[in-house]
Design a protein around this ligand. Structure first.
Ligand SMILES: [Zn+2]
Length: 82
């Protein structure tokens, strides 16, 4: 995916927004017709949303890793006892 500047004056396509798009999100496999034109405001909102989303994913991953570590530690302890 790439972020490019729109070639034409085009409205933000996120739905209710009435701003003009400042950026175009384009997937490399799609033509310009498959691109999303988005204004800076919506882009910022989207960015915040993604940050939150990725933070949540990271936390989940970390807790999984900790659990795995605990399992390994427990397994090691068991071995030491035997
Ligand atoms: Zn917008």
């Amino acid at each position: 995916m790439e972020l490019i500047k729109p070639k034409y004056r085009i409205r933000c396509e996120t739905g209710v927004c009435k701003n003009f798009a400042d950026s175009t999100i384009k997937h490399s496999r799609l033509g310009i017709g498959g691109a999303l034109n988005i204004c800076t405001e919506c882009l910022k909102e989207l960015f915040e949303l993604l940050k939150k989303e990725f933070k949540a994913v990271k936390k989940e991953d970390m807790s999984k890793e900790v659990k795995e570590e605990e399992k390994v530690k427990a397994a090691k302890k068991e071995k030491n006892i035997k």
